[in-house]
Write a protein that binds this ligand. Structure first.
Ligand SMILES: Nc1ncnc2c1ncn2[C@@H]1O[C@H](COP(=O)(O)OP(=O)(O)OP(=O)(O)O)[C@@H](O)[C@H]1O
Ligand SMILES: [Mg+2]
Length: 412
């Protein structure tokens, strides 16, 4: 009896202490998991109430990341960071990692601002080599910005095409903001040409050429890059124009290799350009880029953007087009009637095919679109007997890097 009493006296407090310890451990582990989730779950980025400014309208109301998505994000950040730290990117892609002071002096101590977007500010810079470049400085404290920075370096470092903005360097110096260095596109963004009243209206033939250039850039991403890349943020402010008004696709921060996009991922992109099928299924495909491209085509035709009721306008015009009137009435008034009606009708009908079909599979591929625009351009050039600026459809294939394997492994 005395033994039992002693057992109870010693056993009860011991059990209590043991139980409390186990409970505390569980709580601590739970808290750690929660913290990790908070750190790794990214805000939904549906950018741009105003495509000209690129303002972010982060929303948090459209559902949670699945555990797989969160895991995917943290693995991706760790993997990309590791890659940058080991300087594999620079050596593999051959793009230099600039010292902060070099970019500071090239931008006259960051006084030459040329634009501002969701990512941060962009500065014009004159390098010691004589080159003029654009330096994009990452805003501070943004996990999303960090991912976009790393994505641009890793993806754009290996993608080379005359219709993609060239990444010529980056900077990751400790204690300073991360920066991306691009070829300078002296004619700025397409959106500024379409919507800035101080600029001359874009001529019709230039609009068609720009459409073809963008389509070729996308064709390269979808069919020339190995593995294929989806841009995921095609819009007029992400199309930049060089000194001779040739267009290049910019901003690859949201881009992903096709196989790397988790179907459960949060909505990314810009309001007004988002494929409705992507919005409902969260599955981004090549045809989602095609949808955004269709919106861009209508922007070029009409000089309106989605925030100015572009789609409602198009729907109304489509009723007319199917009846008698054709697409003439959607033409930008700034064109002042200076356009080829037949060409406009062909291109508007093409744009409509990109956006009207709720089943993305029925939309044309970007290859079909390139062919269509190419024939439109070259037919005109032949009839007007002008040198062909359209050139044969072509794209260079890129060489897959050895680290592609890591991407595949992460997917598994
Ligand atoms: N390589 C470049 N050459 C010349 N100007 C550039 C270059 N890159 C960006 N810019 C200018 O900086 C502006 C801001 O670009 P940025 O990509 O940061 O923002 P955005 O495209 O307006 O919006 P978002 O953040 O939604 O992409 C562009 O509109 C353009 O005028
Ligand atoms: Mg941009």
């Amino acid at each position: 009896m005395e033994d039992i009493l002693w057992g109870l006296i010693i056993g009860f407090p011991l059990g209590l202490v043991l139980g409390l310890s186990i409970w505390c451990c569980c709580c601590l582990m739970n808290q750690k998991t929660c913290n990790t989730n908070i750190k790794t779950s990214l805000p939904i980025q549906v950018t741009g109430a105003n495509p000209g400014t690129g303002a972010n309208s982060d929303s948090t109301g459209t559902g949670q990341d699945s555990p797989r998505t969160s895991g995917w994000s943290i693995y991706m950040i760790q993997w990309l960071e590791g890659l940058i730290k080991r300087k594999n990117v620079a050596s593999a892609c051959g793009i230099p990692n600039y010292a902060f002071k070099d970019l500071q002096s090239a931008t006259l101590d960051f006084s030459t601002i040329i634009g501002k977007g969701a990512f941060g500010s962009v500065y014009k810079a004159h390098m010691e080599t004589g080159e003029t470049v654009a330096v994009k400085v990452l805003g501070t404290n943004s996990v999303q910005g960090e991912i976009e920075f790393l994505t641009e370096v890793v993806l754009l470092g290996r993608l080379h095409h005359k219709n993609l903005v060239n990444l010529v360097g980056y900077s990751t110096e400790k204690g300073h903001q991360h920066m991306l260095v691009y070829d300078y596109m002296s004619n700025g963004s397409l959106s500024s040409h379409l919507y800035d009243e101080n600029r001359e209206p874009l001529r019709w033939d230039l609009r068609v050429q720009i459409a073809l250039d963008v389509a070729r850039g996308l064709e390269y991403l979808h069919y020339g890059a190995v593995p294929p890349v989806l841009h995921r943020d095609i819009k007029s402010s992400n199309i930049l124009l060089d000194h001779s008004m040739r267009a290049r696709v910019a901003d690859f921060g949201l881009s992903r290799q096709e196989m790397m996009i988790p179907h459960t991922s949060k909505l990314m992109g810009t309001i007004g350009y988002l494929d409705p099928e992507y919005v409902s299924t969260k599955k981004f495909t090549k045809k989602s880029d095609v949808y955004s491209f269709g919106v861009l085509l209508f922007e070029l035709i009409s000089g309106r953007n989605p925030q100015q009721g572009l789609m409602e306008y198009v729907e109304l015009a489509a009723i007319d087009a199917e009846g008698t009137g054709g697409w003439g009435e959607v033409a930008d008034t700034r064109l002042d009637g200076n356009f080829d009606v037949k060409e406009l009708t062909v291109i508007a009908a093409l744009a409509y095919k990109c956006i009207i079909n709720p089943i993305s599979g029925k939309r044309p591929s970007i290859r079909d679109i390139v062919q269509n625009l190419y024939w439109t351009c070259s037919r005109r050039n032949q009839t007007q007997n002008v040198p062909d600026r359209a050139e044969e459809p072509c794209f260079e294939f890129d060489i897959p890097l050895s680290h592609e394997r890591s991407f595949t492994e992460l997917e598994r």
